[in-house]
Every structure is written in structure tokens, then in C-alpha cells.
Ligand binder design. Structure first.
Ligand code: FA5
Ligand code: MG
Length: 457
């Protein structure tokens, strides 16, 4: 559904996405591999695990309005400005965000629709599920296209029942959220003057109640996901001795966070495969967003969760690339009807690790590489680690599992920097041949030279 003039052999000046045409400029950095993903809409595909996960979460928010087909191309104003992102915020940079032109991006998060949805003011609660796009790391829990669900709940500050405060009203709503008995680690004060401040004009009691409503609502989602996953694993594995993530005791914790559009803010993490996995960010909506949306009499909370991350917990799906598989051995395992069944991985095909080492131009740096290069003088030869990730995706598609920096040093005499990246080639669907991985790796190396100007070692 996309066509650019590049494909016709001339310089691209416009791009058509789902029938809408945009003129491109020097900000355009969206490769065709990303544009072709736009039509997939995995979260709407019948019997797809992301669609089933979405519906399961939606069922925990009765009465909330759902929006599941909002257009993925948004303005910089919608994605960043309306949410209070400062002009120099890193998220705006072309190393992190896919631009079509200076004013137009593929949404990087579902929060891009917050202001418009608050402005429409159709209901107290809403949920927005959608595909989102980010230049990011390559590993088993990150993919440049993924799906988020945004949720928000607002309360009216004015028209309260006689004699009832806003806080009382909210606490009554809290009491209607199903209770759970899991232990949640939450050492954080609701607000903290420096790290997580109460907004001007908000009362501590109101925010205390809304924070409780927010946290309890989201804990309810995680508990529902895990109890569904548990009953599934009991049903399908019987005497299986291999412990699946779903069999581990559920460990959940709240950590303080920062977003330009909420305060106070938190992230919810779940212990998964030996590590804490961040599943969502949330907080009390910045009043300026509600004010600008013409609903200054409202206050409330918002969250944004990663649907893949939740679906991976729900089904024990080990690799985020699997969601894009059209292999029937994957797709046939999921059904919206009937009890949920845990994903049974088809045999794991062999991994093939290959390293590439290269010199940068003297005094240049790779930004974003684990914070490295930050102190180096910015030069015109600098690039971002995400550029390396994107080349790997471009050359290898889903045949690359993971790309990571394994070594870095500075030549004692010349001062030039050397980097070594290790790529793990592995198909989820078959065994790759030696020739195939050699050829992929050679193309990856050549693209690093062509696109980034590095000198291979
Ligand atoms: C946001 O995108 C905020 N818009 C969330 C939010 C909404 C906060 C409303 C407050 C109020 P963040 O960048 O952390 O936040 O992403 C949210 C979630 O998306 C993460 O917790 C994670 O579950 C998921 N996620 C982020 N990057 C990726 C990725 N590359 N691949 C898969 N999932 C991802
Ligand atoms: Mg985050």
C-alpha cells in the first residue's frame, strides 16, 4: 500500500501511506520495510495473539471507549508538542523516530492521540490500541514496529455529588476494581518534591486516590493475564517438567518514572526470564494537556503499555519477531474462542554468531551505544547505534535475532575508535545455511561501509 518514487527510479519527493500522500524532505528516514508493515494491523487480526491479548485487557476496563483503528501517520504536534515534549527532547531526533517530513512522523506511541481524544471528551475512560514505530535496539524484546495500548480515566472536578469530594468519589471507584492478593513491590511515595512532583493546582488527596485507582487498575490487568496464563499452562503441559515463565510466582514492582505528559509518573515491571521487564508507563495527566483540550474541569490518569510484552507473558512467547510470522505453525496455535493455550515453540533453530569490527573516522563517535561517545566532540561522521540496528534489520529482516556491542577501544597512537558488534543470525522458522549467513553478514558489513563510512578491520 505504499509507493515512493524511489521505487520508480527517481528521487523520492512523496510517499503514499494507505492512500494518503505526503511530500517528503530531507527529514524522511522511513525505509520501505517499515512502510510495508503499516498494513498488517496485527492487533486487529482475528485469532492473532496480539488481538486476543488486546481483548483480554479491554475486558478488564468495562465501560471504557475503545479506538483501535487510528491512523498511524501523525504530526510532530500530535506526537510531541501537544504532550509537552521540550524542543530538544531526544525522542524527537531522527535517530529515534521515523519521519516522512519535518512535520510528519509515524507515531512513536499511542499518546500521540491523547490530546485529540481528551478534546472529543466522549467518555470518562478510553483505550487506544495501535501500531507504533521506533528506531530501537535489535533483541528479543524490541522491534521497530510494535503495538501499544493507551488508557486514560478522567473525573470531573466540578459537578460532584453534593457533599462528596473528588477524592471520595475516586476512592469509591477504587473499591469497584477487583481485589488481588499478589505482593506488589511499591516503595515509592505517591509524590516526591524533586523526583515525582505533585502538579500545581492538584490536591495531594485527589492524586493519592487517582494513583491508587491507576495502580489497582493496572495490577488487575497483570493479575488477570497471569491467572489466564497459569490455567493455560496447566491445561497444555501436564507432566512437562521444564518450568515456563508462566509457572514462576508472579513478581511485580512499581518504579518511579518520568514522562513530559504526566506527573507523578511510574513504570510497572514484571519479573520475566530472570530479569525485570518493563511493561508499561503511566501517571497523572498533565493538567496543561487537559486544559489545551478544552476540558480544564477534568483531572485523571493515563497509561501506555506494550501489547507484545504482555502477550509474551501471557503465552510464553520467547521472541518478539514471532508476532510477525505468517507461518501456520505459529498462527494456528492461537484462537480467540475456547481456553487459552500456551505457545509451544517449534524447534529452536541453530544460532550463528558473527562479529564485525571497524574503525570510525578519527575523533568521531557512535552515540547511543550504551552511553558511549557522549563526551566526544560531535562531528559530521558521528552516527547513532540505531543506524547500525536499522542496517541489520534492512539487510536481514527477521533473520537477525540480536545485535550488540561486544568490544570498543581507542587506538593508543591514532586516537581512532574501534567497535566490534556481534550479530546473532537465527531464523525462527528454519535452519539457515552457512552460505546464507555468510552472505547476509557480508552485505551487513558492506552496508556499514556504504551508509556509515566506517573502515572494516
Ligand atoms: C511511552 O510510550 C508512553 N507514551 C507511555 C505512557 C502513556 C506514559 C501515558 C504515561 C502516560 P515507553 O516509551 O516507556 O512509554 O513505552 C511504553 C511501553 O511500550 C514500554 O513499557 C514497553 O512495554 C513497550 N515498548 C517500548 N519500546 C518497545 C519496543 N521497541 N518493542 C516492544 N515494546 C516496546
Ligand atoms: Mg519506558
Amino acid at each position: 500500500t505504499h509507493k515512493s518514487k524511489t521505487e520508480l527510479g527517481t528521487k523520492a519527493t512523496e510517499v503514499t501511506v494507505e492512500g494518503k500522500t505526503y511530500s517528503t524532505d530531507e527529514w524522511m528516514n522511513t525505509p520501505s520495510t517499515i512502510l510495508t508493515a503499516i498494513s498488517r494491523r496485527l492487533h486487529l487480526q482475528q485469532d492473532h495473539p496480539l488481538a486476543i491479548t488486546r481483548k483480554l485487557i479491554e475486558s478488564r476496563f468495562p465501560g471504557y471507549n475503545t479506538h483501535n483503528d487510528l491512523f498511524p501517520v501523525v504530526t510532530v504536534e500530535q506526537n510531541f508538542d501537544s504532550l509537552g515534549f521540550p524542543a530538544d527532547h531526544i525522542g524527537r531526533s531522527r535517530t529515534d523516530t521515523y519521519y516522512l517530513n519535518q512535520d510528519t512522523v509515524l507515531r512513536t506511541h499511542t499518546s500521540a492521540h491523547q490530546a485529540d481524544t481528551f478534546r472529543a471528551n466522549e467518555s470518562a475512560g478510553y483505550l487506544i490500541s495501535a501500531d507504533v514505530y521506533r528506531r530501537d535496539a535489535v533483541d528479543r524484546s524490541h522491534y521497530p514496529v510494535f503495538h501499544q495500548m493507551e488508557g486514560a480515566r478522567i473525573w470531573d472536578r466540578g459537578a460532584l455529588d453534593a457533599g462528596k469530594s473528588l477524592a471520595q468519589t475516586v476512592w469509591e471507584d477504587v473499591a469497584n476494581i477487583p481485589k488481588h492478593d499478589i505482593e506488589v513491590e511499591d516503595p515509592n511515595p505517591t509524590t516526591h518534591a524533586e523526583r515525582n512532583p505533585l502538579q500545581d493546582g492538584h490536591s495531594a488527596e485527589d492524586v493519592e486516590a487517582m494513583a491508587a485507582h491507576l495502580k489497582r487498575s493496572l495490577e488487575d490487568v497483570v493479575v488477570a493475564i497471569f491467572s489466564t496464563a497459569r490455567s493455560a499452562s496447566a491445561a497444555t503441559t501436564g507432566g512437562d517438567t521444564a518450568a515456563a515463565p508462566a509457572d514462576e510466582p508472579l513478581k511485580v514492582r512499581w518504579v518511579e518514572a518520568y514522562f513530559p505528559f504526566t506527573s507523578p509518573s511510574w513504570e510497572l515491571e514484571v519479573f520475566w526470564q530472570g530479569d525485570w521487564l518493563e511493561v508499561l508507563g503511566c501517571g497523572i495527566v498533565r493538567q496543561s494537556i487537559l486544559n489545551n483540550a478544552g476540558v480544564s474541569n477534568k483531572v485523571g490518569w493515563a497509561f501506555g503499555l506494550g501489547l507484545e510484552r504482555i502477550a509474551m507473558l501471557l503465552y510464553s512467547i520467547p521472541d518478539i519477531r514471532l508476532f510477525w510470522s505468517t507461518d501456520s505453525r505459529f498462527l494456528s496455535q492461537f484462537s480467540a474462542a475456547g481456553p487459552l493455550q500456551r505457545f509451544v515453540p517449534f524447534s529452536k533453530y541453530p544460532a550463528c554468531f558473527k562479529d564485525v569490527s571497524f574503525w570510525l573516522h578519527s575523533s568521531s563517535a557512535i552515540t547511543g551505544a550504551g552511553g558511549r561517545g557522549r563526551n566526544a566532540q560531535a562531528t559530521s561522521h558521528d552516527f547513532h547505534e540505531n543506524d547500525i540496528m536499522e542496517i541489520a534489520r534492512d539487510v536481514c529482516g527477521d533473520l537477525v535475532e540480536d545485535v550488540r556491542l561486544v568490544d570498543e577501544f581507542v587506538h593508543p597512537k591514532t586516537g581512532r575508535r574501534s567497535f566490534c558488534y556481534r550479530t546473532n543470525y537465527r531464523s525462527l522458522e528454519r535452519t539457515l545455511t552457512n552460505d546464507e549467513t555468510n552472505e547476509l553478514h557480508e552485505r551487513f558489513r558492506q552496508q556499514l561501509v556504504e551508509k556509515l563510512g566506517v573502515e572494516l578491520r
